[in-house]
Write a protein that binds this ligand. Structure first.
Ligand code: C2E
Ligand code: MG
Ligand code: MG
Length: 573
């Protein structure tokens, strides 16, 4: 592009430029990632074709919303920043740098960026950065040992895997497998036990791993709470899975650290040389991707499959779909009745979000809330939920002849809960809708509070100061539920469905639920049982002193109109 571009562009191009579309048109087919940044490095535009979008695993919107500098390898950052500053001060200049950036899967991608300073160009007024992956084989990074465990770090590990990749390409009979092992819920562990104990735990995990492995295998400490294992000579998933079994057994035994006895869950991803890799980075990337698939309920380990990459791109689609959904009102709230077990009457509703996708139909919250959380999009979505739920409560108030005892329960995600201005938002939503503050309840989960108990307690107090109430959602699914409960001033405890559905199994399950209810009452909380599906469960709960219940036995989540009918009909369950 010449500096005289402004005078050269045609009338049509000028129109496109005016509508902000021309950049997209220009870069749509590019195999390189094209970024326009200002003199401070803030991203104004991200372009590039499909090939460019997969370079870092982030899509354009995601990249635009985060600082690219954040993704640069710490060892390269100073050099890149320096080069950028020099370029930013020199209009018309061009500069090329090579450096490493973090892929969304946490592996490092070596890239080359060519940047041109077009700040003084009236049309572009930005620094244009073209970035491509460097595919030429690189000298293996030397790396170091990890300070905590004295095990090889990620760079050293990558170098070892590089050697294995090269050998597998050269010798048809040689093969290898790579395992990525992550301690689950690491941040929660730190929140509960403190960094020192968790450091000891990580050291002990490393020790146990080295006992299980053979001398010629490589064990590395590749990230906080993350280990990599190179199984030398094991070329197939059956053998690799057998070693994974042994590792899982070894790590599952209790850890005695100081006065604590801790058990931890690990998740594992496996990639094998069956796939004929050409680069170590790709092996690590696939093993990490497999590990991320092993999160959540069910098996705690997964072998990489191509399908996972497809799903990963589906993840990308969901992500960009979420932006559209928010802008074009594709979200709806459904409302599930909460019933008083004592009187059998309606006590309130829980607002539950639904996504009505124009092509895929109804998408349940668990398919998109985690992605919205990961990207921060949950904050604007959650704000919409809060305002819409309050507005709905206000509309229902009109049906209730001045009776304002019904309440609306709204789910908050962890990300929303730590937002400094949350109490302000909540107050604003209440007063804009005209409902009583006591008609709003916010549901938060243990995860939200465990990371920082003191901050959480302060936040709950600030919310409660305005008269809004707070529930602890899904109690029993999280970590060390009992020990900190008294420190947090909840109004309500919601017993998770997993306890309620086992109520008929026998004495033990009943005892646990009974104990939870007694504990809640001791701490002046009332109790809502979630997921009540049978009359027997409801009867048992009432006998144990549980005040409220919610579940398919009473009613499924319903539309606002059905909710209105229910309020008018005043059913007795
Ligand atoms: P949750 O807050 O624990 O909500 C209760 C979930 O249990 C709802 O699922 C509800 O439909 C389901 N449920 C209720 N009664 C029964 C029953 O008797 N049996 C069974 N099997 N399930 C029952 P849903 O609507 O799919 O929501 C799932 C989760 O998504 C919610 O769990 C909540 O954590 C999250 N969520 C929903 N809406 C929002 C929202 O607006 N913001 C945030 N941050 N999270 C939300
Ligand atoms: Mg809830
Ligand atoms: Mg719940």
């Amino acid at each position: 592009m010449s500096t005289h571009l402004a005078s050269e562009i045609s009338h049509e191009a000028a129109l496109l430029a005016a509508s902000g579309q021309w950049l997209k048109v220009l870069t749509d087919g590019s195999r390189e990632l094209v970024l326009l940044v200002d003199a401070e490095g803030a991203c104004q535009f991200v372009g590039g074709g499909p090939a460019a979008q997969v370079l870092l695993g982030f899509d354009g919107l995601e990249l635009a919303s985060r600082s690219v500098a954040e993704l640069i390898h710490p060892d390269d950052e100073v050099r890149v920043r320096k080069a950028f500053r020099a370029l930013a001060a020199a209009p018309g200049e061009m500069h090329t740098v090579e450096y490493r950036v973090r892929h969304r899967n946490a592996s490092w991608v070596k890239v080359e960026s060519t940047a041109v300073n077009r700040l003084d160009n009236p049309v572009i007024a930005a620094i244009v950065v073209h970035t491509r992956e460097v595919t030429a084989s690189e000298a293996p990074p030397s790396g170091q040992v990890h300070a905590l465990t004295q095990l090889p770090d990620r760079a050293m590990f990558t170098a070892s895997v590089s050697d294995a990749v090269a050998r597998a390409l050269a010798e048809p009979t040689y093969g290898f497998s790579v395992l990525m092992i992550e301690l689950d819920k690491l941040r929660m562990l730190v929140g509960t036990y403190g960094q020192e104990i968790v450091d000891e735990l990580v050291i002990e995990v490393g020790r146990r791993l080295s006992v299980v492995l053979k001398a010629h295998d490589t064990l590395a400490h590749v990230g906080s709470g993350e280990f990599g294992v190179l199984l030398d000579g094991l070329r197939d998933r059956v053998h690799a899975s057998r070693v994974a079994d042994k590792i899982q057994k070894a790590l599952a035994a209790r850890y005695r650290l100081g006065e604590h006895t801790i058990t931890v869950a690990v998740i594992m991803g496996i990639a094998t040389s069956e796939r004929q890799y050409e680069r170590a980075e790709h092996v690590l990337r696939d093993a990490s991707l497999a590990a991320s698939r092993a999160r959540g309920p069910g098996s705690r380990r997964a072998v990489f499959q191509t399908q996972m990459r497809v799903e990963d791109s589906r993840y990308m689609q969901t992500l960009s779909g979420l932006y559209t959904a928010l802008q074009s009102s594709q979200f709806r709230l459904h409302y599930q009745p909460i019933v008083s077990l004592v009187t059998g009457t309606l006590a309130g509703f829980e607002a539950l979000i639904r996504w009505y996708h124009p092509e895929h139909g109804l998408i349940p919250p668990m398919s998109f809330i985690p992605i919205a959380e990961e990207t921060g999009l949950i904050v604007p979505i959650g704000r919409w939920v809060l305002e819409e739920a309050c507005a709905q409560m206000a509309r229902w108030n009109e049906l209730a002849d001045g009776d304002r005892t019904l309440y609306m329960s709204v789910n908050l995600s962890t990300k929303q809960f730590v937002e400094e201005n949350l109490p302000g938002l909540v107050e604003a939503a209440v007063s804009a809708s005209g409902i009583d503050a006591a008609q709003l309840k916010l549901e938060i989960t243990e995860t939200a509070v465990l990371e920082n108990l003191e901050t959480a307690a302060t936040m709950i107090r600030r919310i409660k100061a305005s008269g809004v109430r707070v529930s602890l959602d899904d109690f029993g699914t999280g970590y060390s539920s009992f020990s900190y409960l008294h420190q947090l001033p909840y109004d309500t405890l919601k017993v998770d469905r997993s306890f309620v559905c086992r109520l008929e199994d026998g004495e033990d399950s009943s005892e646990i639920v009974h104990a939870i209810i007694a504990l809640a009452h001791n701490l002046r909380m009332d109790v809502v049982a979630e997921g009540v599906e049978t009359q027997r469960q409801a009867d048992k709960l009432l006998k144990m002193g549980c005040e409220y219940a919610q579940g398919y036995h009473f009613a499924k989540p319903m539309s606002a109109e059905d909710g209105a009918e229910l309020i008018v009909a005043r059913p007795k369950w």
